[in-house]
Design a protein. Structure first.
Length: 403
């Protein structure tokens, strides 16, 4: 959360600041250290409340009663804390330490904050979450709804551990049943048409790159120019879901689109906006306009990753290599693409059988040479034995040579 730099604002002390939240709203925060070095931090609805709160704290410190006030204010913030305020603390204190991709949690919490943000944490009931799931399922898939609820449950576990609440309100809460659908994948022609249909050139390049490399949505948005090696034709993916970097080769098509991009001075990101001089935060607008124009309404960002995986498998890349290129921690995730290569198993067995046949041929050839050598050795031994017997009898011509 960035502090709004406004040194000319009258009536604000060093302990009262204006901060801008993730939605761009300016909020007033009181931040003051207690004598025990712990920090009091509270969002206030206006500067009047902020000044009164700060005055109470300073007075209690002067009078030596600050411990009682500290306990009172702590009880007050826990009792009145809303889901939105808890989300701020969760994203600030928990996610950067325990998650390799905090942005995923932030994205999943957006609809939670929008629909449940004003509810106090102590007042949250299961009925609130059931209603959220009903309303949200009309807008997105059931799997997307479940992801948001899963993050909400984890955030409430964090609240229990922080002693903001005594009991978890969503214990054994059931998720929505997700329908297992067959994976639909774009063809090469559809993928190329989609890229050409996007009018914003930076987003067109952004869509082309995952289609060629299998990058995840956020991996592409966080890509920096320093991660691209044009000489070796490799992109280094640093900001990964697993936290482990991986290296993916670049095709001619990917390099062509990367070379078409304008580099924004002062911005290290590959997919940057000229007006903000920062990376694209949400490319959905140009992307959705392009897919609707091309009649590919069912395509999402992750479908570009599915497309690349199936292309690799269908063209004979082994599954272990595909796993490494996609960054799957478990090969069973990669195995879902095997049915896109119907001849994969037959080709593998045929290769094994061919190798076995070649080994068997070498064994037969070796055995044949050994038998021939053994036979010659036996013949030579027999001849030598016959000659010795003739010599013992006094035969003047033991070798049987005619003169």
């Amino acid at each position: 959360m960035a502090i709004v730099k406004n040194p000319g604002q009258k009536g604000l002390s060093m302990a009262i600041n204006r901060e801008r939240d993730r939605n761009g709203h300016v909020r007033i925060v009181v931040s003051k250290r207690w004598p025990d070095k712990s920090r009091f931090r509270r969002y206030c609805p206006n500067t009047t409340v902020a000044k009164k709160t700060l005055a109470r704290i300073e007075e209690s410190i002067a009078m030596g009663t600050w411990r009682d006030l500290k306990e009172e204010l702590a009880r007050g913030v826990e009792a009145s804390m809303t889901i939105e305020q808890l989300a701020d603390i969760y994203l600030r204190e928990y996610c950067p330490i325990h998650n390799t991709r905090p942005d995923f949690k932030e994205h999943a919490l957006k609809p939670i904050r929008a629909k449940l943000g004003k509810i106090e944490v102590q007042a949250l009931r299961r009925t609130h979450v059931h209603q959220f799931m009903t309303d949200r399922s009309k807008e997105v898939s059931l799997a997307t709804v479940n992801r948001s609820v899963a993050v909400l449950k984890n955030m409430l576990t964090f609240a229990v551990e922080k002693e903001f609440i005594e009991a978890h309100p969503l214990t054994r809460f059931r998720m929505l049943p997700e329908e297992m659908k067959a994976l639909r994948v774009m063809t090469l022609e559809e993928e190329r048409r989609l890229v050409d249909a996007i009018e914003e050139p930076t987003i067109a390049a952004y869509v082309a790159l995952p289609g060629e490399t299998g990058l995840r949505k956020q991996e592409g948005l966080n890509l920096r120019w320093e991660h691209i090696n044009f000489g070796q034709r490799i992109v280094s993916v640093e900001d990964t879901k697993s936290g482990k970097p991986r290296y993916v080769p670049l095709s001619d098509y990917a390099i062509e689109w990367l070379n078409s991009l304008v580099r924004v001075i002062g911005c290290p990101y590959v997919f940057a906006q000229l007006d903000t001089r920062d990376r694209w935060a949400d490319p959905r607008g140009p992307f959705e306009a392009g897919r609707e124009k091309d009649g590919l309404d069912w395509v999402g960002f992750h479908d570009l990753r599915h497309f690349r995986a199936t292309q690799w498998v269908m063209r004979g890349v082994d599954l272990r290599t595909v796993q490494e290129l996609l960054g799957h921690s478990d090969i069973t995730t990669t195995m879902r693409y095997t049915h896109f290569a119907p001849n994969h198993a037959m080709r593998t067995i045929a290769e094994v059988q061919e190798a076995e046949a070649m080994d068997a041929e070498r064994v037969r050839a070796t055995s044949g040479r050994k038998a021939l050598v053994d036979g010659n050795s036996k013949n030579m031994s027999s001849s030598k034995h016959l000659i010795l017997r003739k010599c013992e009898r006094g035969d003047s011509n033991p070798h049987g040579v005619s003169h």
